[in-house]
Design a protein around this ligand. Structure first.
Ligand code: SF4
Length: 666
């Protein structure tokens, strides 16, 4: 029997897990020593042991659907990539990675694409998760700072949850909130969400505002705060209570109560996630939230701050290594100084000089034939990207699709010419960074199955094929971590906050034994902070007579992303075993929809079929369906077949929360 301390691979809470292997049986329990969860696990995390079987796994490299040796797969990939780069240039190549990658894998992919292939066309599914939050923080603080910790939730007087069903999507954090509330009955909780969700069970006030009107609510709050004058405050004066209430579709008394509580509370934390970020105006919504914390002084001290919760376990790690097309490694930007610093550190003569294609743009460029080779790592864009039929068509026409995957058959891998078998959770080794900037180790405790390899290894071998092997000659993820930390420290004036050289000099044994460690906050960045003027926009979908409903999408309690792991665990399927659509009682009665009846939901782009759930927590005129279902579990349950790929102009994050649709009983 062995026990290994590792980290849950699902949501951004980043819970510590103790994995026990006993005669090939894997079981897990929460790690009491991990600061994120202190021993707790949610239902998904506690079922991790049931996801380590090999059913459905991709265990051998494949070229054109045939199992081949690693040498053959790498040679083929290398020669096809070289040919495309030689003929069409580096901009014809793109990588699409994932917040499921470990930081070391992410660093390797980013280095190869930006540093040595020479285009910045590497984006990730984190674009769909928190890129609006990144823009919000960078505009306010000049850098991507998350100025909060989970402990703040336990040390505050008011918790505001906006666009977050934390009870289902960040369950352990929600449990911590419930416990804190029980210990301090004076603490107030406000939930701002068009839907009445499980999170509302703890709410003292639920504001069921009109979809997408969040910025109006927070600009109105800024107006109500007697703050220092400035551009943002000037604009806010146009948003008195009556206008806010009308804009948000709320009673004036309810809005006034929220404002009075926020202003009176000595300390307040605002938690926000996909309901804010996944919007055509997500960046502005983030800044509207940050503005009220700056104006009220509820920031930079315990129990205070605007806190973006990431959806994935390593969304923050991706941000650290430049896993987005519009940034360089180590939080650096495409500025002359940063470009020079990265190029000299990597010894790269072909470092990409301009930002690359962001997720939706990237697949549009594939559809137009401009990108001719895409390497997809650890994610399933054929299900998770908006307008998924168009994504599938783009992949079908792309001359070279390579996937690094754990599972053999996914909606995306169907289009792959080359499949690389990647190690999964429990097999791979590296680090992840959670929503509160805490680096934890994910450790291997299972042998590599078949011929599966770590993602960083596959990337390094392809680099070798392309003639860049010397810059990728790592023998262990520790060497990549040390290089990443050394780049962070290289000519870095941020050393005042933390001696990064110390991190870079960790021995392999020290890295292996790394206890969860939180990046410090740069206090000077908080003092430099600025309020960003925000003009609230109307919501992001325009219902009409043909498509009269607004369709919202999100996670359900027991599933993860496109179900390629959780969908195979029977007890997790017991919660919901098929696609559903929540509809208000009034709409159901008007359309003659019975509870449990199948319904067709369609938009201008596609159709899905789901089982209707009549839900009194659903506003009339609005629907909600889970984001998870894919072709393996339901041929017609893919919500992103309906969703249009409209994006926030600043962050490139798509509007996944509002699609104009119609619903008809089946
Ligand atoms: Fe895993 Fe998130 Fe659940 Fe924690 S709360 S066990 S990180 S899914």
């Amino acid at each position: 029997m062995t026990e290994t301390r590792t980290t849950c691979p699902y949501c951004g809470v980043g819970c510590g897990v103790i994995a026990r292997v006993d005669a090939d049986e894997v079981s897990v329990r929460g790690d009491e020593s991990h600061p994120a969860n202190r021993g707790r696990l949610c239902v998904k995390g506690s079922a991790l042991g049931e996801t380590t079987g090999l059913a459905g796994r991709l265990l051998y490299p494949e070229v054109d659907d045939q199992p081949v040796s690693w040498d053959h797969a790498l040679d083929t990939a290398g020669s096809r990539l070289r040919e495309i780069i030689d003929i069409h240039g580096p901009q014809a190549v793109a990588f699409y990675a994932s917040g499921q990658l470990l930081t070391e894998d992410y660093y390797a992919a980013n280095k190869l694409m930006k540093g040595f292939i020479g285009a910045a066309n590497i984006d990730t599914n984190s674009r769909l998760c928190m890129s609006s939050a990144v823009v919000g923080y960078k505009r306010a603080f000049g850098e991507d700072i998350v100025p909060c910790s989970y402990d703040d939730i336990e040390q505050t007087d008011l918790v505001v949850l906006v666009g977050s069903n934390a009870a289902w999507t960040h369950p352990v954090l929600y449990q911590r909130l419930v416990q804190a509330r029980n210990a301090n009955p004076a603490m107030k909780v406000v939930v701002i969400d068009p839907r009445r969700t499980a999170t509302c069970d703890i709410a003292d006030l639920h504001l069921d505002l009109a979809p997408g009107s969040d910025a109006g609510l927070f600009v109105g709050l800024l107006n109500a705060i007697d703050g220092e004058e400035g551009d943002a405050q000037q604009l806010a004066h146009d948003w008195p209570l009556a206008r806010v209430a009308a804009f948000c579709g709320l009673a004036e008394e309810a809005v006034a109560t929220f404002y009075a509580w926020f202003i009176a509370a000595p300390r307040a934390v605002t938690l926000y996630t996909m309901g804010i970020n996944q919007s055509v105006s997500g960046s502005d919504k983030c800044n509207a939230i940050i503005n009220v914390h700056l104006a009220s002084g509820k920031i930079g001290r315990s129990g205070c701050g605007p806190f973006s919760l990431t959806g994935q376990p390593n969304a923050m790690g991706g941000r650290e290594v430049g896993g987005l097309a519009n940034q360089l490694a180590a939080h650096m930007n495409f500025t002359p100084d940063d470009l020079s610093r990265v190029a000299r550190f990597w010894g790269s003569e072909r470092l990409a000089q301009t930002p690359g294609l962001m997720a939706v743009e990237l697949f549009d460029a594939i559809a137009r034939g401009e990108v001719k080779a895409v390497w997809i790592m650890g994610t399933n864009p054929a299900v998770s990207l908006p307008d998924s039929h168009a994504v599938c068509q783009a992949l079908a026409a792309c001359p070279l699709v390579m996937v690094s995957e754990v599972m053999r058959d996914t909606d995306t891998s169907r289009f792959a010419h080359i499949r690389f078998p990647a190690l999964g959770w429990g097999e791979k080794d590296g680090t992840v960074t959670n929503s509160e900037r805490r680096i934890s180790r994910q450790r291997s405790f299972l042998p590599a199955p078949g011929e599966a390899k770590p993602d960083w290894w596959i990337i390094a071998r392809i680099a070798q094929q392309l003639g860049h092997g010397a810059a990728f000659a790592w023998d262990h993820p520790h060497a990549i971590f040390a290089e990443h930390a050394a780049l962070s420290a290289f000519e870095n004036h941020g050393e005042r906050v933390f001696n990064l050289a110390e991190l870079a000099s960790l021995t392999r044994a020290q890295w292996d034994g790394l206890v969860p460690w939180q990046w410090p906050i740069d206090p000077e960045a908080l003092t430099r902070a600025r309020r960003v003027p925000v003009v609230p926009q109307t919501h992001g979908a325009t219902p009409d007579a043909l498509y009269p409903f607004i369709l919202n999408s999100g996670r359900i309690r027991d599933q993860w992303h496109t179900m390629t792991r959780t969908g195979y665990v029977p007890r997790l399927m017991q919660h919901r075993d098929e696609p559903t659509v929540d509809i208000s009682p009034a709409d159901a009665a008007r359309l003659g929809v019975q509870d449990g009846q199948l319904a067709r939901i369609s938009s201008a782009r596609g159709l899905m079929v789901a089982r209707a759930q009549i839900n009194s927590g659903q506003r009339a005129g609005e629907l909600f369906a889970p984001m998870h279902w894919n072709s393996c579990f339901s041929r017609q349950g893919k919500i992103n077949a309906l969703v249009e790929g409209r994006c926030d102009p600043h962050s490139g994050q798509p509007e996944s929360k509002q699609t104009a649709v119609r619903l008809m009983p089946w």
